[in-house]
Design a protein around this ligand. Structure first.
Ligand code: PAN
Ligand code: ZN
Length: 196
């Protein structure tokens, strides 16, 4: 995973010993995360329909699209990875900000997303092209079964915050999704959500 260490010399959490983490359920802030992944507009080339609109956004300041806050846990069977995913509101042209999306490398691994705030969709797809968009809003948990690619999409005006949990050995396969894309995109046109 292309995660960036906040402090590369910081000792990882000893996940062999029980520990606790403070999470602000309103802002999604995780206290003392070990790692923070930051993706900006410039990291999203090739993902949006309107490439010129993305280039304009990059030129206008290259805003952060999303951040993922997590503790370091051994990525081995039996452990669970958990993180806070914070997807900022915004549009590329009229397409809603979204995460890159991925399958899990160990594709038979599931994931739960508990939405803490904001609104949007978890866009899910199978390799055969079938898809399903699950609504996300505060208090709604979305279950992504094994083998489903998944991407979160922010249709609102506030950050879309989720607490995610998945098997530690899952891994992230971005390559297949980058090639295949998702069968549907989400736009806001004339104040209305359009999935097409
Ligand atoms: C999430 C995602 C997070 C960022 O933790 O990794 O929302 O999305 P991308 O990984 O698609 O950039 C998750 O699904 N982990 O498995
Ligand atoms: Zn995942």
């Amino acid at each position: 995973m292309a995660h960036t260490a906040l402090d590369p010399h910081a000792p990882a959490t000893d996940a062999g010993i029980p520990f606790g983490v403070d999470i602000d359920l309103v802002t999604g802030a995780m206290r003392e995360p070990d790692r923070v992944l930051v993706r900006r507009a410039s990291d999203m080339k090739g993902y949006y329909k309107d490439a010129a609109a993305l280039d304009r956004l990059i030129a206008a300041g290259d805003p952060v699209h999303y951040e993922v806050f997590e503790k370091v846990i051994p990525e081995t069977y039996g452990h669970l990875l958990f993180c806070i995913s914070k997807l900022y509101p915004g549009r590329v042209g009229d397409e809603c900000f979204m995460t890159k999306g991925h399958y899990h490398t160990v594709s038979g691994t599931a994931e739960t997303y508990l939405c803490l705030g904001g609104s949007g969709h978890m866009m899910c797809k199978l390799a055969d092209g079938s898809w399903q968009a699950e609504p996300m809003c505060r208090g709604r948990m979305v279950y992504v079964p094994p083998h489903w690619g998944h991407r979160s999409i922010n249709t609102g005006d506030d950050p879309l915050l989720s607490f995610c949990v998945y098997p530690a050995e899952a891994g992230h396969n971005y390559g297949d999704i980058a090639v295949e894309g998702f069968p549907r995109r989400v736009f806001i046109r004339d104040g209305r959500e359009v999935i097409e």
